[in-house]
Design a protein. Structure first.
Length: 239
């Protein structure tokens, strides 16, 4: 894949850290990588956003791009309207990703919150940009109670729109997972119809960049340029 959309089942579930880990693993495998954040919310001008965080963690070889920034931590459409700023259209996202893809082996497009969060007045979402690009959508999900429903709904929304997904990555796997987390790990593939492609340990974003880059391939499956094995991981945490 040249362009991979990274969406979540919600917000604050580790999407940026997963994006950074994929970027780090791809760079380690010899690929050139760009991270595109179409709409950065909750950030004032000049503050480092999610794309900059991916560069910090994955390395300076990663190219960061951002199309719009809004100061309030709201859905992009709402944040743009309240700030009196232009919204971001799916065409603009697709054009920016396509431009980056001409000079990079992999372009990671990190959405805002969940798949169907509104980006503009017409109600367009990350899914519309993915359809324009013909790009697959990776789903980042939490491990805790409730994730079976939210992940399965996201997978169904992708299929209803004719979009492909390579699978699911757990965005923040706890150091001491409870029974719900361990059962969810085993049940997610059958519930969502998508394979597990990785599990990023909680707190990984606070590692030093060097430690993050060294560890990242071990959190992701070979489909994402890593060495992580779902079979081994499930065996370790079997409920």
């Amino acid at each position: 894949m040249t362009v991979l959309m990274v969406s979540g089942t919600g917000t604050e579930i580790g999407k940026t850290v997963v994006t950074s880990a994929i970027a780090a693993a791809a760079v380690a495998s010899g690929r050139s990588v760009a991270v595109l954040k179409p709409a950065q919310t909750g950030m004032e001008p000049g503050a480092p956003g999610d794309a900059a965080e991916a560069v910090r963690l994955a390395g300076p070889a990663v190219t960061a791009a951002e199309l719009a920034r809004y100061p309030e931590p709201l859905a992009p459409d709402t944040a743009a309207r309240r700030a009196g700023l232009p919204t971001v259209s799916p065409d603009a996202v697709a054009e920016a990703a396509d431009r980056l893809a001409r000079s990079h082996d992999l372009v990671l497009v990190e959405g805002a919150g969940g798949l169907l969060v509104r980006f503009d007045e017409a109600g367009h979402t990350l899914a519309d940009a993915a359809r324009l690009l013909g790009a697959p959508v990776l789903v980042v999900a939490p491990a805790a109670l409730g994730t079976l429903n939210s992940t399965t709904l996201t997978a169904e929304a992708l299929r209803a729109r004719g979009l492909d997904s390579p699978g699911v990555v757990i965005g923040s796997w706890p150091a001491e997972p409870d029974l719900a987390c361990r059962c969810n790990l085993a049940d997610l593939p059958s519930s969502s119809g998508l394979p597990l492609l990785g599990a990023v340990p909680e707190g990984s974003g606070s590692l030093s960049p060097e430690a993050f880059r060294t560890a990242a391939p071990g959190w992701l499956s070979p489909a994402l340029a890593g060495t992580w094995s779902p079979e081994s991981f499930l065996t370790t945490w079997r409920p």
